[in-house]
Design a protein around this ligand. Structure first.
Ligand SMILES: O=C(O)CCC(=O)C(=O)O
Length: 292
């Protein structure tokens, strides 16, 4: 495992950010948006997850919260009703959007995208429980799930201190230059690329409010949460150039965020109201996390 290269010191240098992002397919940004910026969102997520029976009452000091004994998510995690309730309550709260719209974050995005940026392109709040290796995010490229422009960037933000054993994000530097790789696997969010034990993955212990930004073709995964009782909390937001069309067609012909079975079922049935479709698409795009 390699270390991440910190681009935090260059946040005011658009040329350095752009050229590093183009070369490596990612930027690690320590202190962007920073611990104060994420504190209200951390409180919100802890409160909601505690009320759903997933966490013990919050600890002080930005350390990862303790799991409620016995708490586990069913299936792939993305289809557990408590996971969906968490997304519904957190994503609707202004404290969630505030972090994705943080001025420091947006400055970096505008530098990397080199122009006006469209937000809300698939955002999600994540909680990685201990003792759940089967739910650890496998290596994948977001583009497989999101479709549309390849100039789509994800901002992944740690909400508490996230040492390696808590399972932070890992990226494969330069992998965005290989184009879209074959993905295989079953279940929501379980399609992955085969890069078994590639020693070139890069990761680092993160502090609350540290960011990893990466392109939708950059292969990434989560490290497993191998703590016995701590929960990793993070959020990820997606952005694309404002002047590019929003396309939700995946390379396999399904719509982004809608799994094949749901897509086929929906095609057979007559369509429901456009409002309910939009809601489902938002939910599924979020799950992708996105499934990505
Ligand atoms: O946080 C994770 O477990 C995975 C994140 C991810 O795959 C993403 O942000 O696209």
């Amino acid at each position: 495992m390699r270390a991440l290269i910190d681009s935090g010191p260059f946040v005011r240098d658009a040329n350095v950010l752009r050229s590093r992002a183009a070369e490596h397919g990612y930027l690690a940004l320590r202190g962007i948006p920073g611990p104060e910026a994420v504190a209200p969102l951390l409180t919100l997520i802890q409160d909601v997850a505690e009320s759903l029976g997933l966490l013990q009452p919050a600890c002080e000091g930005g350390t990862a919260p303790l799991v409620r004994p016995g708490a586990a998510l069913t299936g792939t995690g993305y289809d557990d009703p408590r996971w969906l309730a968490l997304q519904e309550r957190v994503l609707a709260d202004p404290r969630f959007a505030a972090v994705g719209d943080d001025a420091g974050v947006m400055t970096v995005l505008e530098a990397v995208i080199d122009g006006p940026v469209l937000t809300r392109r698939g955002d999600i709040c994540r909680l990685a429980l201990p003792s759940a290796p089967h739910q650890t995010t496998p290596p994948h490229q977001d583009h497989w799930y999101t479709g549309g422009t390849t100039n789509l960037w994800t901002v992944w933000i740690a909400l508490t201190e996230t040492p390696l054993d808590l399972g932070p994000l890992a990226v494969l530097p330069g992998s965005h230059l290989r184009g879209l790789l074959p993905h295989a696997g079953h279940g929501v969010g379980r399609q992955k690329v085969s890069v078994a034990d590639d020693p070139h993955f890069a990761a680092a212990p993160l502090a609350a409010g540290d960011t990893i930004l990466f392109n939708c073709l950059t292969v990434h995964c989560a490290l497993p949460n191998i703590t016995c009782d701590r929960v990793r909390l993070s959020v990820d937001y997606r952005y694309q150039p404002a002047n590019e069309p929003i396309r939700i067609e995946r390379v396999d012909g399904t719509r982004a965020g809608v799994c094949r079975r749901a897509h086929d079922d929906e095609t057979r049935r007559s369509r429901r109201s456009s409002d309910s479709q939009r809601w489902r698409l938002n939910q599924e795009t979020s799950r992708h996390g996105s499934d990505g």
